[in-house]
Write a protein that binds this ligand. Structure first.
Ligand code: UD1
Length: 421
């Protein structure tokens, strides 16, 4: 198993390129099930979650070809409609195949993804919506078995809670349904918007894109025809993580291939903490703060502060001059990084869903363990400013979502290397 060894306490400088968004790539790849011809997707990040969904598509019978950052997927040859446990267990987002498989074939079997380190993460809202569209669903031996012999019917779906992959699953199901589907309280994340825009550009009429009310006019089980290449949007969470790397080391660094509008809340929070920015069309430069101030952070759905940036901002809060509070509203157990940060000398007090972070922590290198994707990057960030050497173990979590994190940080001047246990 690989681990990262980081020597702390040095400044960063220079520029790196941000990759395509993992969370946009996954639904787009699942959506290829809805197409009758080959789909070409550019700017795909070479991360393990993308390899996992490609493996799943191949296992269903699709042909895939992934070179550099471009994948060509032909799902017309799919005959198998079972998403097997052995692949689904590697990545919860495999549930994104449920909507398109059911919509196209009228039946499918998808392994239940199960919980994960950050919480229970049920899929009840995905299932309830598909039932409202006429599907019969049973849970059998760890699998969701769904069938709708005459095809899905459009329906009005009110989501009790905003769910990103839930909205994406329903949009993909609705794309091939008979009639119109209305989703009320839909997620508005840029990744959801891109999925809707791609389907809309290829013949599925979708109104309300980017709002919390979507109307999708289904094709009545007619497969969609891909008209041109799809380019995955830049990863706002990868960009946010590197902005935190610049911030925690109080350095000037530039990120290329970013979309500022998607980073708005993250930039605002960093400005509140004392940092300044230069924004150009597709790039952003973070500049050092005269004084790093504490912050009050509450996670929420887009355009609010992303839960996927909570751990990285906690690491940053450790070097602020004043105290910070971080309130996690989306996931019940997304504070696994706290105990590891405490092992590095952090003063953090947890009470229910809120972490109180003291400022001016003296951090010391230690052996720490990554527990989930974003928690892992928070440990790397803390290591960049800790005294001495930190070893971050179990980095397979990082490899699920960051493209060669250690190489990008090396490019910025960090003393980081990947080693074998
Ligand atoms: C997606 C992102 C993940 C991000 C999260 C929140 C992908 C592949 N993953 O995850 O990186 O952290 O959004 O921005 O895009 N819920 C239910 N029932 C459901 C579905 C969700 O109760 O059927 C709850 C969840 O437990 C959670 C909340 O709704 O408390 C939001 O979760 P959701 O938006 O569904 O997260 P994911 O789509 O799994």
């Amino acid at each position: 198993m690989d681990y990262l060894e980081i020597e702390g306490d040095n400044k960063l400088s220079g520029a790196i390129k941000i990759d395509g968004a993992k969370n946009a790539a996954l639904p787009l790849l699942a959506a290829t099930i809805l197409f009758k011809n080959e789909v070409t997707i550019d700017n795909l990040p070479r991360v393990n979650d993308v390899f996992t969904i490609l493996q799943l598509l191949e296992n269903l019978g699709a042909t895939t070809n992934f070179e550099d950052n471009q994948a060509k997927i032909d799902a017309s040859s799919i005959t198998n409609t079972t998403a097997i446990y052995d692949i689904v267990r590697k990545m919860r987002a495999s549930i994104l195949t449920l909507g398109p498989l059911l919509a196209r074939f009228g039946e499918c079997k998808v392994s239940l993804p199960g919980g994960c380190a950050i919480g229970q993460r049920p899929i009840d809202l995905h299932l309830k919506a598909l039932e409202m569209m006429g599907a019969e669903i049973v849970i059998e031996q760890g699998y969701v078995r769904a069938s709708v012999p005459k095809g899905l019917q459009g329906a009005t779906i009110v989501l009790d809670k905003i769910t990103v992959t839930g909205t994406e699953n329903i949009v993909m199901a609705a794309a091939l349904a008979h009639g119109e589907t209305k989703i009320i309280n839909a997620a508005k994340e840029p990744e959801v918007v891109q999925l809707c825009e791609v389907l809309n550009a290829n013949g599925v009429k979708i109104e309300g894109i980017g709002s919390d009310e979507l109307i999708i006019k289904g094709t009545g089980q007619k497969l969609i025809e891909a008209k041109k290449n799809i380019t995955v949007i830049p990863d706002r969470i990868e960009a946010g993580t590197y902005l935190c790397a610049g911030a925690i080391t109080n350095s000037k660094i530039t990120l290329n291939n970013v979309n500022h509008t998607h980073l708005f809340t993250i930039i605002l929070k960093l400005q509140e903490m004392g940092f300044d920015f230069d924004l150009k069309e597709n790039s952003i430069t973070i500049k050092p703060a005269a004084k790093i101030k504490g912050a009050k952070i509450t996670t929420s759905e887009y355009p609010g502060f992303p839960t996927d940036m909570q751990a990285q901002f906690m690491a940053l809060a450790l070097v602020a001059e004043g105290a910070s509070s971080i309130d996690e509203k989306l996931f019940e157990n997304r504070f696994m990084h706290v105990s590891e940060l405490i092992r590095m000398g952090a003063n953090i007090i947890l009470s229910n869903h809120t972490a109180m972070v003291e400022g001016k922590n003296e951090l010391n290198g230690a052996d720490v363990m990554a527990t989930d994707l974003r928690a892992s990057s928070a440990l790397v960030l803390a290591a960049l400013v800790a005294n001495g050497t930190t070893r971050v173990h179990r980095i397979y979590h990082l490899d699920r979502g960051y493209v060669t994190l250690e190489k990008k940080l090396q490019q910025l001047g960090a003393k980081i290397k990947r080693l074998k246990e």
